[in-house]
Design a protein around this ligand. Structure first.
Ligand SMILES: C[S@@+](CC[C@H](N)C(=O)[O-])C[C@H]1O[C@@H](n2cnc3c(N)ncnc32)[C@H](O)[C@@H]1O
Length: 280
């Protein structure tokens, strides 16, 4: 009995010694790794050290602002225009944060829809009066000779009027072209199109550029035919559509000359799913 008890004690002591050795090895392993990093870092001169830590900080900053952008973007797609206006009124800096992220996303698009609309306006002449609904940085107004009324939730430029675009200060029947370039974001997007109908002159143009995935029924997007039908019921004729670009679609409508007397009161608008950007 005594012999067996003593052998168990010896075994436990051996196990403890071995465990201790392997922990020491692990710690030494980490220590070695840390030592080699520290020694590599110590070999850098001051400017190399500064640039290494600033690259790290830049990466962290980019990651944080990317996260903020995605959060703000989702917010804009899932609330009404009025809620979005109140949100940015409380903290206008969030709008700059949204636009910095938006510009970053756009820098990966081979072609920008706003440039196609700019070209369209140049082809159709400078006399057309334009309303740019959800103008962003007012790139459209800055690149054409036309008179352009620019609207967005926040104004960082004297030429941009801050408002919810379902309710602009424009007179009824006063503009020739209404533009929505990637801006049908709010859950009440149909009220923006109603506002465009109000301000457009008879035969005035309605140009819509939207993210393609929002109109892809195979991935939960709206049926473009249903959307076009709803816009026509509002009082427009569909003139042409362009689905050739990989990233966005373009729809061209004209306001009917005569107001539709039997205009349907309840138009069935398809739901437009949010366009959520992936983490890069
Ligand atoms: C994706 S950005 C596109 C900006 C610009 N049209 C372009 O193509 O670069 C959409 C813009 O629509 C604006 N927007 C969304 N809902 C709005 C609303 N209810 N009233 C005014 N602007 C709105 C956003 O603030 C944002 O600046």
């Amino acid at each position: 009995m005594e012999e067996r008890g003593a052998s168990r004690k010896r075994k436990r002591a051996r196990t403890r010694r071995n465990r201790g050795k392997s922990e020491a090895k692990q710690i030494n392993g980490f220590q070695k790794e840390d030592d080699s990093k520290a020694s590599a870092y110590s070999k850098l001169n001051t400017s190399q050290r500064v640039s290494k830590s600033s690259t790290f900080l830049e990466k962290m900053r980019a990651r944080l602002s990317g996260g903020h952008f995605r959060m703000l973007n989702e917010k804009l797609y899932t609330c009404t225009g009025k809620e979005a206006l109140d949100y940015f009124k409380e903290d206008p800096q969030l709008f700059d944060m949204y636009h910095a992220g938006y510009q970053e996303q756009m820098s990966h698009w081979p072609e920008l829809p706003v440039n196609i609309i700019i070209k369209w306006l140049k082809d159709h002449g400078p006399s057309l009066v334009v309303a740019d609904f959800g103008c962003g940085d007012a790139r459209l107004a800055k690149n054409v000779k036309n008179k352009v009324y620019s609207f967005d939730l926040v104004s960082n430029d004297p030429s941009v009027v801050a408002c919810d675009m379902s309710n602009t200060p424009l007179d009824s029947v006063s503009v020739d072209v209404a533009v929505f370039c990637l801006s049908l974001m709010g859950t009440n997007f149909s009220s923006y199109l109603q506002e465009a109908y109000r301000v457009l002159k008879p035969c005035g143009w309605l140009l819509i550029a939207e993210v393609k995935s929002r109109f892809d029924p195979n991935t939960g997007g709206a049926d473009p035919k249903k959307f076009i039908k709803a816009v026509c019921e509002l009082g427009f004729s569909s003139i042409s559509k362009d689905f050739s670009n990989k990233m966005f679609i373009l729809l061209y409508f004209k306001k009917k000359e005569e107001q539709n007397s039997n205009r349907k009161k309840d138009i069935e608008w398809p739901e437009l799913k949010p366009c959520l950007y992936k983490r890069r």
